[in-house]
Design a protein around this ligand. Structure first.
Ligand SMILES: Nc1ncnc2c1ncn2[C@@H]1O[C@H](COP(=O)(O)OP(=O)(O)O)[C@@H](O)[C@H]1O
Ligand SMILES: [Mg+2]
Length: 455
């Protein structure tokens, strides 16, 4: 990945283009973006790149994303200043321009800021344009700027002159900002650091629409400069919605984003097996029962059956699973499929439907390796049957009439289910209608979900 970006930048340089790069790492919520960026930052630093990490969501209270961007670059460069005066000088030049540009941005930042520049005229301007003056929403501000722009041509008083001067100065600053930024990277690469400078941006899809758009515009206009690479980690479908929110219903968010991103990168399907293995390293599997010994495989199959791929969601479900197992106080084992499907149901909907197996039609089937003859087992159905049968222990250990005497040809699922209930039946030898301990799972899971739930 790092080599890819470095090579792409080198290629652009050879072709006489600006040697910058904007990469979009696209994955769904919980897909591992933040995890990836943290690792990328570590690796880049180990390879002597300067890395600034920006969290847009945390910063979206600020008026101009440029301020937040510069603050993070500042933080990344500060440790180098002690030894490298040249770098500090180059960065100071960038900052001076940034301040001028952000000054201009104050115009778009809100009415209060705008008033600082144009004084009392603003209210009149806005009134003339029919703009509600006590609203501060993005569109109104946008309209206000347009209004100010239009009025600029006709206004002749000194407030307008001052405004024009600010605009002109800002345009000069943008050019000079870009130049100084590439000087900065030049200064960096003459020291022991490597170009490009990396700016990693996380959580852009979670911030205010106007802030997200402003961030992208800032990067496009200011940082398209030699030796700067941006990596935006976003749920890009979500970001498209956000952008539509800023521009209105029919706006083509995807085309808009394509203007900003040189490339999109998606993770390969996460390795669930490994994730589950690491995540459940200390799991007490002696308290659960399932087909054969390969309980990790069952866990993975259950998530695949439900098409749950967000690692964050899976992590939360496994929290519930672990807490429930810890709280289990019976000598009998918990039936693992039921535990997993019920925990998933609870995490996702905060409800159980005893007929929940029906929601997972098309469920995954796994091959039962414990049998010499291959048999395919629908885990969701097993889970549904176990929970249903748990209502009556006696019925649960009695195979259906037509299979009673055909012992060689038992349905493996039926056999499995009987094996889940038999130990308890033998211990208690219950009367008609007694429920199984498995029927307590929903209540325990609800309790575990409330303990671990992070919503
Ligand atoms: N490659 C990985 N290996 C192990 N755990 C991971 C991996 N990627 C993500 N995770 C874990 O999955 C969860 C969600 O990841 P996160 O980076 O926060 O998702 P996102 O930022 O895309 O919403 C976190 O608990 C994280 O530690
Ligand atoms: Mg994240």
């Amino acid at each position: 990945m790092i080599d890819f970006i470095r090579n792409s930048i080198a290629l652009r340089q050879q072709r006489g283009k600006t040697a910058s790069y904007v990469l979009n790492v696209d994955s769904e919520w919980g897909g591992g973006k933040s995890f990836f960026l943290k690792r990328l930052a570590e690796q880049l630093r180990a390879e002597r790149h300067v890395v600034a990490e920006v969290n847009s969501w945390r910063d979206d209270h600020s008026d101009d994303p440029l301020v937040a961007l510069m603050a993070e670059i500042d933080k990344a460069l500060k440790p180098l200043f002690a030894k490298k005066n040249k770098i500090e000088a180059a960065w100071s030049a960038v900052k001076a321009d940034g301040a001028k540009i952000a000054g201009r941005a104050l115009l778009s930042a809100g009415k209060t800021a705008l008033r600082r520049y144009v004084g009392a005229e603003l209210d009149e301007l806005m009134a003339e344009e029919g703009i509600e003056s006590n609203s501060t929403s993005g569109e109104v501000i946008g309209e206000a700027i347009n209004a100010v722009g239009k009025e600029l041509e006709t206004l002749t008083d000194k407030t307008a002159d001052a405004l024009i001067a600010k605009f002109a100065a800002a345009s000069r600053s943008i050019d000079s900002f870009r130049k100084n930024m590439s000087h900065l990277v030049g200064a960096l690469s003459q020291s022991e650091f490597k170009a490009p400078l990396f700016v990693l941006v996380d959580e852009l899809d979670r911030c205010r629409p106007s802030y997200a758009v402003a961030s992208l515009e800032r990067v496009k206009h200011l940082f398209e400069t030699n030796g700067v690479a941006f990596v935006f980690a976003t749920d890009t479908a979500q970001l498209q919605h956000t952008i539509r929110g800023a521009y209105g219903g029919e706006f083509d968010g995807r085309a808009y984003l394509d203007r900003f991103f040189d490339r999109r990168y998606s993770f390969e399907t996460p390795n669930l097996q490994r994730f589950v293995r690491e995540r459940l390293a200390g799991f007490d599997s002696s308290k659960v029962t399932s087909f054969g010994d390969d309980w990790q495989r069952i866990v993975v199959s259950c998530f695949e059956a439900q098409k749950i791929s967000s690692l964050r969601t899976i992590g939360r479900i496994l929290d519930i699973v672990e807490t429930t197992v810890l709280a289990w106080r019976y000598p009998e084992k918990i039936e693992l499929c039921s535990l997993l499907f019920l925990s998933s149901c609870y995490e996702q909907t905060h409800e159980f439907d005893v007929r929940f197996a029906q929601h997972f039609l098309g469920a995954w089937v796994i091959q039962d390796r414990t049998k010499t003859q291959p048999a395919f087992i629908d885990l969701a159905n097993v889970a549904g049957t176990v929970i249903q049968k748990a209502r009556n222990l006696r019925e649960a250990v009695t195979p259906p009439h037509n299979q009673r005497d055909v012992s060689l040809n038992h349905d493996p699922v039926e056999e499995y289910i009987i094996s889940v209930f038999a130990p308890e039946f033998n211990r208690k030898n219950p009367g008609f209608g007694a429920p199984s301990v498995q029927s307590e799972l929903p209540a325990l899971i609800r309790c575990a979900g409330r303990t671990t739930g992070q919503r």
